[in-house]
Design a protein around this ligand. Sequence first.
Ligand code: SF4
Length: 205
Amino acid sequence: MNDYQKEELEALEQISQTMVQLKPDERIMLSEMIEPYLSFRRKLDAFLSGKFSDHCTSSCYQNNLSACCSKDGIITFWADAVINLFCSSKAQIQDVYKSLKEPWSQVKCTYLTPGGCCWKVRPLVCAMFICDSAQKNVFGKNAQAKTKWRQFERTAKSFRWPDKIVLFDSLERCFMEKGCRSSLMHLNTSPGLLNIKKKYGVKLY
Ligand code: SF4
């Protein structure tokens, strides 16, 4: 395992250990916090599947390119991992742990398995990735789809961009209250994002 895998694994272990200790009312609260985001992700998935699957299957999948998952270390946020673990079965969580313990590859994401991405709810940065070629091909022929995509981008930002208290920050704070700390808590550790919070008067943890 390299440092990236260790960092990810450590975060997942903290989240798993904290989640099993949640009281029923805390689980309900977490579920209610996450539901608007999951609703957004369902709509996003339907849009991507409807507009992009033909292009992506023929241009990447069949040619083994899969450019979006060929990066060796994508940036995941604490909230991405919380949401994924919250929505995953025990077997799916084990698959994530297993993938992190595989030998490091320079040519693919550590979470990419022969069956595809092992995350049940992929990180937001992955869900929002459409390569230039796909954008050009699909949006070039469909201006409405491009407008819809811009709306998705704005909604995605509203969950993560800390010009107010946003879901990704709230999820970090919930787990910080329980003693968790991680470099994946970008909303509370990244100097750039902390500056945004200061600029907009968002209370720091
Ligand atoms: S986390 Fe999943 S979707 Fe994102 S780059 Fe890795 S394999 Fe691809």
